[in-house]
Ligand binder design. Sequence first.
Ligand code: KIV
Length: 271
Amino acid sequence: MSVNMTQRKKVTLGQLRKRYQENEPLVMLTCYDATFAYLEDEAGVDILLVGDSLGQTIQGHTSTLPVQIEDMVYHTQCVARGNTNAFILADMSFGSYLVSEDEAVANAVKLMKAGANMVKLEGGAPVLPIVRRLTQMGIPVCAHLGFTPQSLNLFGGYFVQGKTEISASELKSAALDMQEAGAAMVLFEMVPASVATEITQLLSVPTIGIGAGPNCSGQVLVLQDILGIYPGRSPKFSKNFMKDSSSIQEAVSAYVHAVKSRVFPTMENSF
Ligand code: KIV
């Protein structure tokens, strides 16, 4: 066991809250299997996100929509087996929390039994009762706002959300409502940096940004993007950390260091 592993403490929600209060940036990275769970944990990633982006990165689909809750359970189990200390956040897949509150609870329970410490779900007002109920039942929730990939068909493409005064104000209300309903974390995807900054200052729970500027409480990226191995053009908000690294371990460590020292993201990676 390396020195890093022996010194690292188990990352709990309490630990994350403490770091947030002490203004220490939180580092999140997607993770889908045991090997990378071990590697990311060793590199000091705080939160392993078992994202439904596995629909694209692992399963080869063109969106997250085909992903099943059973897929999320399987990958959460794999990540949990490889992980020792990091906090595990698992995505609720498309359709797994839309049909009824009871079904949402049953599916969230499956993810927690698989090893998740928190579940993430996308959307605003319609999911508020689910966020409230899960929280009341002892399941911590991260609310995903802004560009929500499961609503790709409604958005009609990968567009930045919250650009107009009205939509920015709606985003602000949605975040406050999520916090009031019990969300322990709010993730913003593709939101103007100024809007994410203002909402982060308003909330008393940590915010995590992806294409949401440098002032969120933490940052998340997709593993394949930071390694520069996802086919095609990489998104503006991402960065290939493999370019200046001689190994995958070094690239993941460089990402951790860049977020912790607030070197990443810059306004160049923002909207
Ligand atoms: O599934 C995922 O990877 C995500 C990130 C884009 C935040 O939800």
